[in-house]
Design a protein around this ligand. Sequence first.
Ligand SMILES: Cc1cc2nc3c(=O)[nH]c(=O)nc-3n(C[C@H](O)[C@H](O)[C@H](O)COP(=O)(O)OP(=O)(O)OC[C@H]3O[C@@H](n4cnc5c(N)ncnc54)[C@H](O)[C@@H]3O)c2cc1C
Length: 381
Amino acid sequence: MCALLLARAGWSVAVIEKASFPRRKVCGEFISASALSLIAQARAADAVLARAGPEIREVGFYAGNRIVTAPLPAYAGVMQYGRALGREHLDAALLDEATRAGAAVWQPWAVESTGCDGDMLVCRARNADTGERVELNAAFVIRAHGSVDTGRLRVPGVITGKRASDLLAFKTHFTGGALPPAQMPLLAFPGGYSGFVHTDGGRVSVSCCIRRDALAAVRRAAPGTSAGEAVWNRVLETCRGAREALRSAVQEEAWLAAGPLRPGMRAAPSDGTLAVGNAMGEAEPSVAEGITIGIQSASLLSGHLLRANRSQTAAGRAAIACDYDAAYRRHFSQRIRWSRVVGRLTMNAHAAGVAAAVMTHVPRLLTLGAAWSGKKGVAAA
Ligand SMILES: Cc1cc2nc3c(=O)[nH]c(=O)nc-3n(C[C@H](O)[C@H](O)[C@H](O)COP(=O)(O)OP(=O)(O)OC[C@H]3O[C@@H](n4cnc5c(N)ncnc54)[C@H](O)[C@@H]3O)c2cc1C
């Protein structure tokens, strides 16, 4: 998104991406209306909307035997409701648009380190296929490398050691089943949560997160099954809504796994680079807002850069980083904190049961929870 916005404004941009596209990714695939509106403003919506699943107008919360649903708040922007699209399509579509806007794409190249060279920044990258190495100099370097699997690049907040509370994530697609097309439920199960949504090609995206300690227990109880299958069996055993929505559905591919994740705010980079998306702050997947925060933070940062001079001294860059950091925290820290509350509540079987019981009587709370997580959020440009 940064590459697209900056290239459209006439900046000279290089995107360095270590994976070859299209590639699958562990993600629920829901893109909220505020992110779709920013994509539309960047004149990149056609490719995204052409394939995306139906409009999502209803949220759900499934816990134990309870199934609660409520309307999703409409967003007051170009797009009113979010839709889902596989990351193999979304990421490739945005990269294509950035290329058309003039960005040079280095792919599959992995950034191994960044540093300063006088007033310029330097990015050292290696071709993932041939091992060839290159150094690129730039006035600005934007980290958009996510939070897991960054290769040899040392990143702020890199996960070391193991914690019982680390999250491991799994994802697959189903076809068929009885999930209402406009509904996106969050499902609670002991030690984890899952999300369902209709996505492109008539598929239902199913993703799950589970604490490391809960995963170990689930796997001990189901020897001989893969981690993804063991987690999925746990979801089906403990959650009526999951059984009813996908009882007759067909699983389309093997479970894809990722992690460990430690959602939360990250320290801003201290080496003169700037960061967006999960590299800057990671929402709990429970609220399905990570793509949106990625796109909004990219839009926010691009706005700061476009108001500044393209050629910067180290001091000028530091001033931009300081302003952006403050704006980022204003826009996103509360949403990221709220996502953590939702995640913890959902993973605790007792708390999830109480919440579902209360929401059965006051479904508006579910609508409010979705609004707080950002489903009605401000456009950040
Ligand atoms: C189970 C699960 C379900 C989720 N569901 C949703 C959802 O429904 N909706 C939603 O909005 N969010 C969801 N999220 C969150 C969302 O997936 C992330 O927040 C989002 O992908 C973050 O985007 P990003 O661009 O910061 O990082 P990423 O999407 O991780 O992208 C980082 C990119 O950088 C590349 N890269 C990494 N290191 C290097 C390097 N050294 N050199 C070059 N390239 C590199 C990677 O190959 C990758 O393509 C979910 C997450 C999980 C785990």
